[in-house]
Design a protein around this ligand. Sequence first.
Ligand SMILES: [Cu+2]
Length: 150
Amino acid sequence: MKLIFKQLFNICLLSLVSFVALAEGITVTKAYSNAMPKSVPNGAAYMRINNHTATDITLESAVADIAKVEIHTMVSHDGLMSMEQLEAIGIAANSSFELKPGGVHLMLLGLKKPLIAGESFDVRLKFNNGQTLLVNVEIAQSMQHHHGHH
Ligand SMILES: [Cu+2]
């Protein structure tokens, strides 16, 4: 009887510890996308991924209802910028990684609805430790829209 009680206590303690670790482990801040004219089929999402754990983590994939999502980076070939798909993004222990314009971004391919300023959409991030994180991405008024195309 005593033994069973002790085991139950241990199980409760374990689940409490893992719950706290999940809540604090990985967070996402400043998630946004830029509004695009309806005719543009693709978009991009940017965000800061914060790894508060003592372990390196890897973002392996992302999924969304609004479009197919790929991890892209910008590379320069002979002075020309182009996009290249990445397998994953590594985020070192106790550090953060910023996805930003001109750098690593989440590519939204084949948008099912236009990116309208003031609206938002969800993206689910999948990490190598099995954790998934649902991120709400705010759609901001794009700079290009204000200044026109050059
Ligand atoms: Cu891209």
